[in-house]
Design a protein around this ligand. Structure first.
Ligand code: GLU
Length: 279
């Protein structure tokens, strides 16, 4: 069955940009007689707060959106992401990285050139060539480490990949633009990329609707789908809502939240119209 989802991170209250994303996913599901799912992306417990989750559910209901089934809270499924990482590790595609941000920065400056990807300069792969004994010793000694994907090995395993976007057409996946990305973070045994890929499949999402700021990330998700033998959903990356000066609403300092618009006397219909869904 056709299914879309809205997957906010509870690091603050929703803005009009979020409302646009949610309304688009909702419309696509309802016009196809499909399911609209809600997922709270709260793996980063240092930034996410339960009161924001409660606020998000409240804002969505106020906007007039209802969702199917239970809300999925990612923080309750860390074992799933851990199992995904273990699977990639058993394929020899991950390596532990002990570098601090400062060491990575210094290494990039020393080498003079690091390719730049969608998430910043590529990791200079310092830890990729550590020998197994050194790795094991450091881990046994409790050294904190991230888990990085060996991008070249991962791509070699699955070959060329593509995915389809309803607005952007057929896209060739180019995950190598990210370099050896982190899939397991130092402080959390997961990452956005692994959690989103596994959850979209587990929840049976057939159409991912989200902002164009995540267009490049989909190349990584497509690679992970291939490595995990998961189906590839369709995508619809929508343009970001901007203010009169062209600044992104959700990121702008002081951009109005749905809660503040509501307190200011706006009706749900008015806010839906401001978010691009009049009538
Ligand atoms: N949790 C992400 C965010 O709030 C969105 C993830 C997604 O739609 O794939 O930016």
């Amino acid at each position: 069955m056709m299914a879309t989802r809205f997957a906010p991170s509870p690091t603050g209250r929703l803005h009009l940009g979020h409302a646009h994303s949610a309304l688009l996913g909702y419309r696509r599901a309802r016009e196809a007689g499909g399911r609209f799912l809600l997922r709270i992306e709260d793996i980063d417990t240092s930034r996410c707060r339960p009161e924001f989750t409660a606020g998000i559910l409240d804002d969505l209901a106020w906007l007039g959106l209802d969702w199917d089934g239970e809300v999925r809270h990612q923080s309750r499924h860390m074992a799933d992401y851990r199992a995904g990482l273990d699977r990639l590790d058993s394929l020899g595609l991950l390596y532990p990285c002990f570098c601090t941000r400062a060491q990575i920065k210094a290494e990039i400056e020393r080498s003079g050139a690091a390719p730049h990807g969608p998430e910043g300069p590529h990791y200079p792969a310092t830890c990729r060539s550590l020998d197994p004994d050194t790795r094991a010793e450091r881990i046994a000694a409790g050294a904190s480490h991230a888990l990085r994907l060996d991008m070249a090995k991962a791509r070699a395993r699955v070959g060329d990949l593509a995915w389809n976007d309803r607005r952007h057409g057929k896209r060739r996946a180019e995950p190598k633009r990210f370099g050896d990305i982190v899939l397991g973070r130092k402080e959390i045994p997961a990452s956005y990329h692994i959690a989103v890929t596994l959850d979209d499949a587990r929840q049976g999402v057939t159409l991912v609707t989200r902002g164009e700021d995540l267009l490049a990330s989909t190349d990584v998700h497509r690679l992970l789908q291939a490595l995990f033998d998961l189906p590839t959903p369709d995508y619809e990356h929508h343009p970001l809502i901007v203010d009169a000066a062209g600044r992104r609403l959700a990121k702008r300092e002081g951009a109005p939240t749905l809660a503040s618009l509501r307190e200011g006397g706006c009706s749900p219909a008015e806010v839906r119209a401001m978010a691009g869904f009049p009538g």
